[in-house]
Design a protein around this ligand. Structure first.
Ligand SMILES: [Mg+2]
Length: 442
């Protein structure tokens, strides 16, 4: 990873004028691409990543998609054919993915005045410039990502988040575009044409259930949705759908840090209004963020098994440059705010420095599973969970606002991972000394 400016177009160059366009930078087939960074033999061959206990397919390379392997396919159903197809399987390695994610996010953030980390492999960036300059910036981000992280990304650039998501999809599906789609440079008729061919569920925030309800009233494609009456749709469906329609027409109305539901991780990340320079302050931040993430997790009835915590200075700060991040495997899947807070504070505290002006921080929970799905071993149920402190914390916070109740600092237990079968796992190349990649020189 680069540790100073000068390796690529400086963020300051893009941050001088007020951002007027939004870029969505998204890693292509993220889990598979992480595996490929350290194992080049996986390039160009069909690869699938399996869920916990090697149960079912959670990620596919394009080649695996071309074989017709659906997401969620149980591994036992395809394992027999795998050798014939040349299909390679990997157990999910959330330590590797979490660590590469925070590196990728930090690098993306250097290109923009503002950044919103949206999921494990995508962030929104605020960009400014002429259509040609935006196109060049998109290309610059792609090149830097390839050079410094080894991860392939696509960049969608547009006036709104919903359109940036759409542009990213267009870039992904049209390799001839070179990985960057800037809607400003596309003729309107071409955009209309694509929108009239993509099903409405291809729009950010329109899940399959909503899609079915829209189909029932004759809205089948993105173009149909864009043409619908926003007020009518608000009355029939929700204010969220009204905003989506306006965004498709180029009117920005989905604010930063808005929760949307099409994510496989839970992220709570914010830029601070003023830098936090003390360790005590950062502990407080991490503890609040972990609790906020825990609350989102339990609202979604999910448990997390892996956590990445990160902090960073402003990319525009002249002297201070520090972007610590740590990924930890939790002892067992949990949504317990006590356990998550302890993990977040404990994991990051050794990497923070007194006096450094931190400008942002975040907590990302990955390896999610539905709560109550797997039998919890009693030994792993925290005493707090038994006493239902989690629910109490949530209640008090809801009533009196965030920050009204919190948990103190505590150490982090060493993770135990003996319950999980990860037979096809790649090494934790970036987070374990014993598993670093070995380079042979001839
Ligand atoms: Mg992706």
């Amino acid at each position: 990873m680069p540790d100073g400016p000068g390796h690529y177009p400086s963020a300051a160059a893009t941050g001088r004028s007020k951002p007027s366009r939004i870029a969505l930078v998204d890693v292509n087939s993220f889990y598979v691409s992480c595996e490929r960074v350290f194992d080049p033999s996986l390039a160009g061959v069909p690869v699938v990543v399996l869920s916990n206990n090697d149960g079912c397919v959670v990620a596919r390379s394009n080649e695996a998609k071309a074989l017709g392997i659906p997401l969620g396919e149980p591994w036992f159903k395809i394992s027999a054919q795998a050798p014939r197809w040349g299909l390679i399987q990997r157990s999910s390695n959330y330590e590797l993915y979490g660590d590469l994610s925070s590196r990728a996010m930090e690098l993306m953030g250097r290109f923009a005045a503002w950044q919103e980390v949206y999921s494990i492999d995508e962030s929104f960036l605020g960009l400014a410039g002429s259509p040609q300059s935006l196109q060049d910036q998109g290309g610059g981000i792609r090149a830097a990502m390839a050079l410094h992280t080894g991860l392939p990304v696509c960049v969608g650039i547009a006036p709104t988040k919903t359109l940036a998501k759409f542009a990213n999809r267009v870039a992904k599906q049209n390799p001839a575009m070179g990985g960057v789609c800037n809607l400003d440079t596309m003729p309107g008729a071409q955009i209309d044409h694509i929108m009239s061919r993509v099903p409405v569920t291809g729009v950010w925030g329109v899940a399959s259930r909503l899609g079915k309800r829209l189909n029932a009233i004759g809205v089948f494609t993105i173009a149909d949705l864009r043409a619908a009456n926003p007020l009518l749709m608000r009355r029939k469906f929700s204010v969220l759908l009204q905003r989506t329609i306006l965004e498709l027409r180029g009117v920005p109305c989905i604010e930063l840090e808005t929760e949307r539901t099409d994510k496989k991780q839970m992220i709570f990340s914010r830029s601070f209004s003023t830098p936090v320079t003390t360790l005590a302050g950062m502990h407080q931040v991490m503890s609040l963020y972990a609790q906020a993430a825990a609350m989102r997790l339990s609202r979604a009835k999910q448990l997390a098994h892996s956590m990445t915590v990160f902090a960073g200075t402003s990319p525009f700060h002249r002297t201070a440059s520090s972007f610590p991040s740590v990924t930890v495997r939790l002892p067992a899947p949990t949504a317990d705010p006590v356990v998550l807070t302890r993990a977040a504070v404990g994991a990051l505290e050794r990497h923070l420095e007194e006096g450094v002006p931190y400008a942002r921080a975040g907590v990302m929970l990955t390896d999610l599973s539905p709560a109550g799905f797997q039998p919890q071993l009693d030994v792993f149920v925290s005493v707090h969970e038994r006493r239902n402190i989690g629910a109490l914390l949530g209640e008090v916070t809801e009533k009196y606002g965030a920050g009204s109740i919190g948990l103190g600092r505590a150490g982090l237990c060493a993770p135990a991972d003996w319950t999980m079968s990860r037979r096809y796992s790649s090494p934790r190349y970036t987070t374990e000394w014993d598993e670093l990649a070995i380079v042979k020189a001839n």
